[in-house]
Design a protein around this ligand. Structure first.
Ligand code: SAH
Length: 450
């Protein structure tokens, strides 16, 4: 059975065009959010921003705010938020991600989506949903694979749904995916932007996951959950205390961390009774989205693939900032720097609940290798000139090398429970009817390619 599925994934990859990448490596690896050198913040950064003044007056009026509130304001304040007002991905931005490094990444995720659709029995409808699509590169690479696999996918009515808070990025995504950002923008409506790809596939933009219509969906979230607000908690002799953000009374114009003097609602409800760490970060907002994904997958079928840097409940203090491709103090220049925290996949698994099957976390290196990145590389290298070959090789290394993105980025799957259900076994003398075993889940299973 494994071989059967392996050859199916293999066949899908072979069906993708053997052309050179349209987006070879453009960034040195040091530009990702992992290999940045530390940079001190300038005086101007530390005190100048409007966001800093906004936060300072808020804290002075009502007291210290949680790290989650600080992060939410800094990243997604509707006027001054980091994600709302700028494109942070690229040379002039603050960091670079796997889909921007190489098109192979999105192609393999496209094959994963198609293989899960096939494994679900080829439902008539396929909603591809991406959370936090950035520049739209991943969705664009997945759609190109869909177009190339049209003979396989022709039975499905396919649509693309994007969850994005940033007007700047949604315009960029529209340019990439539908060729124009001029299509109808419906202010205040759940679908705030709508368009059609050149191939006629409908694309809709939403601010929130709950606004996406129900139906069989495959969800992709790449470097999305790390951008959601986290609460931070510290174990003390008097029990768990929440870390808060306060104004620094000794250094005007600066913020500092303080511990809440007594338990907060968050410290009472979000820290597990059997927690063994001394410091924990909990992304409650991400937890709510995971629960929504799990409910949708268990009720309407489909799968969710979450890829992010993270850990399985072992790390403590991972909250960090990035600006201009360098590490940046998290409390300096809020609204002008990216803020991020590792995804705790043990928390993701816990909040997903029993209604879905969870797979992973598995390292990016193993996931991409299981998906057949080497087979795809072989085809591309064979059809490339020398300079493209070098670019391909270096992007391959960036994605898979353990010291680069290969080990620290993890893949996690939420699947409908039937997807992993074992076939019924013979009981006693009476043989129950056996249904075929479900095919292994591509990416999470080591597959032998012929
Ligand atoms: N997935 C892309 C971009 C990662 S950056 C890539 O890998 O290249 C994070 C993305 O999530 C951005 O598109 C940002 O605007 C979006 N985002 C951040 N917070 C969000 C929120 N609360 N709701 C919806 N989108 C959000």
């Amino acid at each position: 059975m494994t071989r059967l599925c392996a050859s199916k994934t293999h066949q899908l990859i072979r069906l993708i065009h053997p052309v050179s990448p349209v987006r070879p490596v453009r960034w040195p690896v040091a530009s990702t959010r992992f290999w940045s050198s530390s940079s001190s913040c300038s005086e101007e950064d530390a005190s100048g921003s409007t966001m800093l003044r906004h936060l300072t007056s808020k804290i002075k009026a009502t007291g210290p705010i949680s790290v989650a509130e600080y992060m939410r304001e800094a990243l997604t304040n509707p006027v001054m938020g980091y994600y709302v007002k700028k494109n942070m991905l690229g040379a002039d931005g603050d960091f670079i991600t796997s889909p921007e490094i190489s098109q192979i990444f999105g192609e393999l995720l496209g094959v994963w989506v198609v293989s899960e659709w096939i494994a679900a029995g080829r439902p008539k409808q396929l909603q591809l949903v991406e959370l936090g699509p950035g520049k739209g590169s991943l969705a664009s690479d997945v759609l190109r694979v869909f177009a190339q696999l049209q003979p396989v996918l022709s039975a499905a009515s396919v649509s693309l749904h994007l969850v994005e808070v940033s007007p700047v990025l949604s315009r960029l995504q529209a340019q990439t995916l539908v060729g124009t950002a001029d299509e109808v923008v419906q202010e205040g409506r759940p679908v705030y932007r709508h368009g059609q790809t050149a191939a006629g596939l409908p694309v809709s933009w939403y601010r929130r996951l709950e606004d996406i219509p129900a139906g069989f969906s495959v969800f992709l979230a790449h470097e999305f959950f790390d951008a959601l607000p986290i609460h931070k908690f510290q174990r003390t002799e008097r029990g768990w205390r929440e870390v808060m953000v306060d104004v620094d009374h000794e250094r005007p114009g600066r913020l500092r961390f303080v511990l809440a003097p007594s338990p907060t609602l968050a410290s009472n409800t979000l820290v597990q009774a059997d927690e063994s760490r001394d410091h924990v970060e909990v992304c409650a907002e991400g937890g709510v989205i995971i629960q929504q994904l799990a409910r949708r997958v268990s009720k309407h079928g489909g799968a969710a693939l979450i890829a992010d840097y993270g850990h399985d409940g072992t790390k403590t203090d991972t909250f960090r900032g990035f600006k201009g491709h360098s590490l940046h103090h998290v409390l300096a220049s809020p609204g002008c720097a990216d803020l991020t925290a590792d995804v705790d996949f043990s928390y993701v698994r816990r909040v997903a609940g029993k209604g879905v099957a969870c797979l992973g976390p598995l390292s990016q290196k193993n996931f991409l290798k299981n998906m057949g990145i080497d087979v795809r590389m072989e085809v591309l290298l064979k059809n490339s000139d020398q300079s493209t070959r070098e670019q391909l090789q270096s992007s391959y290394e960036a994605l898979t090398d353990g010291a680069k993105m290969g080990e620290r980025f993890l893949f996690f799957g939420l699947l409908h429970p039937s997807r992993l259900a074992q076939p019924k076994m013979a009981t006693g003398l009476k043989l129950e009817k056996r249904s075929p075993a479900p095919p292994p889940v591509a990416g999470f299973t080591e597959l032998q390619f012929a």
